[in-house]
Design a protein around this ligand. Structure first.
Ligand SMILES: Cc1ncc(COP(=O)(O)O)c(C=O)c1O
Length: 398
């Protein structure tokens, strides 16, 4: 489909491929394999000399529609869909790195991403340096002769630090290293890293793309040669593929993504401003606030602040006292869901230090700036008045 249409149109229409029945809504092809009219046709399709679907581990029409729609939204040439966001990052690493390579990764990224690079990939001889993502000098200081991949989230999870994408791309080009951005928090509706010259975007479909907490999924978007020659073979041989059913759910999710994320982003701004004025709150991290140290950069790179924020509760005393106060606030909420997921139509609240980032070493948590008093909120589509009232009673004096 022409990609000159607006995001709102592409989110609904791009990538659709109708079957012989000319169905209006995208068909769900729940089939593991495809049949051929002859041995020669099977051989040609398996060998790639003839186009056509082969086996759903690496080719399925419903999955392909999701891949094409997401690639179009991100402004990328091609995409592979994966079983989860972590599978997307793993596929990127398996497809582009080898033993002896070095990665630089923002320290304040999703906990499992830190563990993937620092522990799992380290076992295969891939070394990772973690840096304060918001500081371009820190990225440069970590460079080694064998640096092959620069990886970040912007805004980062859960501190909402912004990586300067122009600087990030400049460094990657100087080094001849691949640059990759996990675009989970903004989605292509609010930020398109490829437009800044970033090589690859990774996604978890599980968050804003589904948006209703139903399905796991992920994706990698980038140049056709990279996707087809380096990443598709990972799907084909290692198999971290997206199920057609989940691809169908994520396609439906994409249709309402622009509406949802803009509304959630506006609600998050209202909630962040209100939180900032609460006596029980020491600090609010949200790129939409003028108090955010990179507010101007966020405004330049993003079409909205996003719907995730974090804040620190006021607590006298040591880390244990901070944790007690943070947990107390969580235990008192009645409307917010206490869960690790985000990007949902339902607002969620999380204590990163003991959940999403609980498996990090204390040093890695400190490096990432994740303290015991920090709470993360993903703002959903409920009434902001109700959300404020819930937080007000949860944060009221113990
Ligand atoms: C920023 C970010 N990236 C990646 C992931 C991993 O996604 P998934 O849970 O789909 O594997 C998460 C999960 O919370 C996340 O928050």
């Amino acid at each position: 489909m022409d990609d000159h249409f607006d995001t709102d149109t592409l989110a609904i229409r791009a990538g659709t491929e109708r079957s012989q029945f000319q169905e209006h809504s995208e068909a769900l092809f729940l089939t593991s394999s495809f049949v051929y009219g002859s041995a020669a046709e099977a051989a040609a399709k398996f060998g790639g000399s003839e186009d056509g679907y082969v086996y759903s581990r690496f080719s399925n029409p419903t999955v392909r529609m999701f891949e094409r729609r997401l690639a179009t939204l991100e402004g990328g040439e091609d995409c592979i869909a994966t079983s989860s966001g972590m599978a997307a990052t793993l596929a990127l690493a398996l497809g582009t790195l080898k033993s002896g390579d070095h990665v630089i990764c923002g320290a304040s990224v999703f906990g499992a991403t830190v563990t993937l690079f620092s522990t799992l990939l380290a076992r295969f001889g891939i070394e990772t340096s973690f840096v304060r993502g918001a500081d371009p000098a820190a990225w440069r200081a970590a460079v080694q002769p064998n640096t092959r991949l620069l990886y970040c989230e912007t805004p980062s999870n859960p501190l909402m630090e912004i990586v300067d994408l122009a600087e990030f791309v400049k460094l990657g080009r100087e080094l001849g290293a691949l640059t990759a951005v996990d675009n989970c928090f903004c989605t292509p509706v609010l930020q398109r890293p490829l437009d800044f010259g970033v090589d690859v975007v990774t996604h978890t479909g599980t968050k804003f793309i589904d948006g209703q907490g139903r399905a796991m999924g992920g994706a990698v978007v980038g140049r056709r040669a990279l996707i087809q020659d380096a990443l598709l073979p990972v799907l084909r041989t290692a198999g971290p593929c997206l199920s057609p059913f989940n691809a169908w759910v994520l396609l439906k999710g994409l249709e309402t993504l622009p509406l949802r994320i803009r509304a959630q982003s506006a609600a998050a701004l209202e909630l962040a401003r209100w939180l900032q004025a609460q006596p029980a709150v020491a600090q609010v991290n949200f790129p939409g606030l003028d108090s955010h140290p990179q507010a101007a950069l966020a405004r330049a790179q993003q079409q909205g602040p996003g719907a995730v924020l974090s804040f620190v509760v006021k607590a006298d005393g040591d880390a244990a006292a901070q944790r007690r106060r943070a947990w107390q606030a969580i235990d008192r909420v009645r409307l917010f869901s206490i869960t690790g997921n985000l990007g949902d139509t339902r607002s969620t609240i999380t204590h990163p230090a003991s959940t999403t980032h609980g498996r990090l070493t204390p040093e890695a948590r400190e490096r990432a700036g994740i303290t015991e008093g920090l709470l993360r909120i993903s703002v959903g589509l409920e009434s902001v008045t109700d959300l404020k009232a819930d937080l007000a009673q949860a944060l009221s004096a113990p």
